[in-house]
Design a protein around this ligand. Structure first.
Ligand code: ZN
Length: 329
């Protein structure tokens, strides 16, 4: 069987203006960087989102807790979404662009922009970064964005963190209230036991693993700003086995994603917390294959991702990546 691999969570086509200001690594990735890395490690397709922080706000003020406008965009993500679409054109047979949204302001302007793009068949879904927009998933219910996703059958990836605003509980509730919308809770909801358990009853909920090695390290080190203190019970010292157990538990809900270029994580002040590479994240799939778990790889990196993208896993994609010999790297 020839394996086809989809990375369900990447970012590209610009600069993260908040990280640039702090400074905090990483702060930039082009779509060409991403495609080169995908080719090196045998990744055929990626869901790609803009960098999290929109130029709409002034990063100097946001770092002091004040969401002041920068005056540089007419509506949030105008520049980063446009740049992502522009850069992705060259690789439109490899990338599934998701457009970033900010539900707090200028919603009609954003919907107008998104409608133009979806009618040109350029976008595959939406992304809400709850932390970078300071908004909870609850504001999406009954919003124009929810109507838009239903009308065009588009899924959404929502960042889930550990504070009140970004809590995955809000994402779970949004999914419950909108069974027609496929919703991916990013970063495995910090491995939160209760959220993972409740999701088993909600058909339209998915989770992405991104960035898995960093989150396993945070679980081992018990860093509560990134992972839940009531975690799914597994040995996070053994990420390959932890991923297998999560896949067995979550079945068709689990999507393999890396968060590249955020496979390494630094804290909001710029201090490094973990140091992994895209190669490290992709090697988990190779390890699963070498342990005869090709079926798990096929589920988490292909059929589940297709079901999330299209609502239908019977669709087929073709092999795209130039896979180098493993021993070359
Ligand atoms: Zn991300």
């Amino acid at each position: 069987m020839q394996q086809i691999i989809i990375d369900a969570h990447t970012h590209a086509a610009g600069v993260d203006f908040y990280n640039l200001f702090i400074p905090r690594k990483p702060l930039v990735q082009s779509t060409r960087d991403l495609i080169l890395k995908m080719d090196l490690y045998g990744i055929d397709y990626s869901i790609v989102m803009p960098m999290p922080f929109a130029m709409y706000y002034d990063p100097r003020k946001v770092s002091q807790g004040e969401w002041a406008l920068s005056g540089l965009e007419e509506f949030p993500y105008q520049v980063l979404n446009t740049t992502l679409l522009y850069e992705s054109q060259e690789y439109s047979d490899r990338l599934f662009p998701f457009m970033a949204i900010d539900p707090r302001t200028k919603v009609e302007e954003q919907i107008q922009f998104l409608t133009q793009q979806v009618e040109r068949k350029k976008i595959y879904g939406l992304k809400l970064h709850t932390l970078a927009t300071n908004s909870s998933a609850t504001v999406l219910s009954d919003s124009l964005f929810a109507k838009f996703m239903k009308k065009y059958n588009l899924p959404i990836i929502i960042h889930a963190g550990r504070d009140t605003t970004t809590s995955p509980i809000h994402v779970l509730n949004f999914a419950k209230q909108n069974p027609e919308i496929r919703v991916c809770i990013a970063h495995l909801a910090g491995f939160d036991n209760s959220v993972l358990k409740q999701s088993l009853e909600i058909k339209n909920v998915f989770f992405d693993t991104s960035p898995f090695l960093s989150h396993c390290k945070f679980a081992v080190d018990d860093i509560s700003s990134y992972v839940s203190s009531d975690r799914f019970n597994t040995n996070y010292d053994d990420p390959v086995n932890a991923l297998l157990e999560l896949s067995t538990y979550l079945k068709s809900k689990l999507l393999w994603g890396s968060d590249e270029p955020w496979t390494s994580v630094s804290n909001p002040k710029g201090a490094a917390l973990s140091s992994f590479s895209y190669k490290d994240e992709c090697s988990i799939l190779n390890q699963l294959n070498s342990m005869n778990h090709e079926n798990t790889v096929n589920e988490i990196a292909y059929t589940n991702s297709l079901r999330f993208l299209y609502g239908d896993a019977s669709l087929r994609l073709t092999k795209k990546a130039n896979k180098h010999h493993k021993n070359d790297h």
